[in-house]
Design a protein around this ligand. Structure first.
Ligand SMILES: Nc1ncnc2c1ncn2[C@@H]1O[C@H](COP(=O)(O)OP(=O)(O)OP(=O)(O)O)[C@@H](O)[C@H]1O
Ligand SMILES: [Mg+2]
Length: 318
């Protein structure tokens, strides 16, 4: 069966990581499972009591885990973007391309794009090796912006492709009138591409559009992807989850039942849960507030007994 994705999503501190770990432990009994933390402030390794790195480690049969070094992912994203720009626009040597790169470093959205790239690479790699990939995500805001990127980038990519096509058209017109222009850089003769096939920029744009379209369709496919929303029985958690659902619905992402975690701390919890069910119009699973440290696989397994986590894995019958 094709790789299935589960995103553990929620406000800071509600229990996303513990739920992602518990889901992975249960899933590993059915198939090869990788749980990955994309949160710059990792604690997946603490919960699973293992030293995790970028490279997935096998913690038990079929149970693999890793923590992505987001600082390194951002640096790599910037470096790769810079290298590609330099390669594609080699003929703009006279213009200060390094200046653009400095601006790129400070551009808003870099963290989101770097996270998306890390996610995309993980999915591509996991497709060959795993049945289930569980993402332990950063708190809601950043996660929602990352999840929206494939759609946003697709629109951008398509518009830029149109623009590039017009540029190539104009170059052909100029060539017809003036003859083909050649120019020499460092002793080598170059000519500007006029056809889509030999234009590196067009190729890059086409490739990008195809990749973003594939990601978008994967994210909105209920047979391959599911969001596991985690929250607590308080009003702030409800407000945030409500906003998250609106955003996820807008992206067409499938959302599973809601986990209301740490129940029993307040005498008003029962009423809050009713409110959550009626306002969010979705099934709710509750997990009580548990005493003691939730650290190590045994504790995670015990935590997981309160909920059948397989229900968030598409195509898995409990
Ligand atoms: N049901 C529970 N009962 C008691 N403690 C819990 C329960 N669920 C989670 N915790 C504890 O709450 C804390 C936060 O849990 P966790 O790290 O899973 O949340 P998180 O949403 O991933 O947080 P962050 O946003 O910081 O990544 C941890 O100390 C965890 O052990
Ligand atoms: Mg966490």
């Amino acid at each position: 069966m094709a790789l299935r994705l589960v995103y553990s999503i929620g406000k800071g501190g509600v229990g996303k990581t513990t739920c992602a770990a518990a889901l992975a432990v249960q899933s590993s009994r059915r198939g090869r499972t990788l749980v990955v933390s994309l949160d710059p402030a990792h604690n997946l390794g603490d919960v699973l009591e293992a030293r995790l790195t970028n490279t997935p480690a096998e913690l038990a049969p079929n149970l693999w885990a890793s923590e992505i070094d987001m600082e390194a992912a951002i640096s790599r994203y910037l470096k790769e973007s810079a290298d590609r720009l330099k390669q594609m626009y080699y003929y703009l040597k006279v213009i200060n391309i390094e200046g653009y790169l400095d601006a790129l470093k400070l551009s808003p959205g870099i963290e989101e794009y770097a996270t998306l790239q890390a996610m995309e690479e993980l999915i591509r790699d996991a497709e060959r090796r795993f049945d289930v990939l569980v993402f332990d995500t950063p708190p809601t805001g950043l996660t929602l912006r990352v999840l929206a990127l494939p759609r946003v980038s697709l629109i951008w990519g398509q518009r830029l492709s149109r623009l590039r096509r017009e540029i190539l058209d104009k170059r052909r017109t100029v060539n017809r009138i003036q003859g083909e222009r050649k120019f020499v850089i460092d002793g080598t003769e170059h000519r500007l591409a006029t056809g889509e096939k030999d234009d590196a920029v067009m190729q890059e744009l086409n490739d990008y559009v195809v990749r973003m379209a594939a990601l978008e369709s994967l994210q909105s496919d209920s047979s391959r992807c599911c969001v596991m929303p985690v929250m607590n029985a308080d009003r702030l958690s409800l407000f945030e989850t409500k906003r998250a659902f609106a955003a996820l619905d807008g992206l067409g992402m499938p959302i599973g039942p809601i986990i209301v975690n740490k129940v029993g701390l307040q005498s008003t919890d029962a009423r809050s849960i009713e409110q959550i069910e009626s306002e969010l119009q979705r099934a709710v699973c509750t997990i009580p507030f548990l005493k003691g440290d939730l650290v190590g696989r045994e504790a995670v397994e015990m935590f997981g007994r309160h909920v059948d986590f397989l229900q968030w894995i598409p195509g898995t019958n409990a």
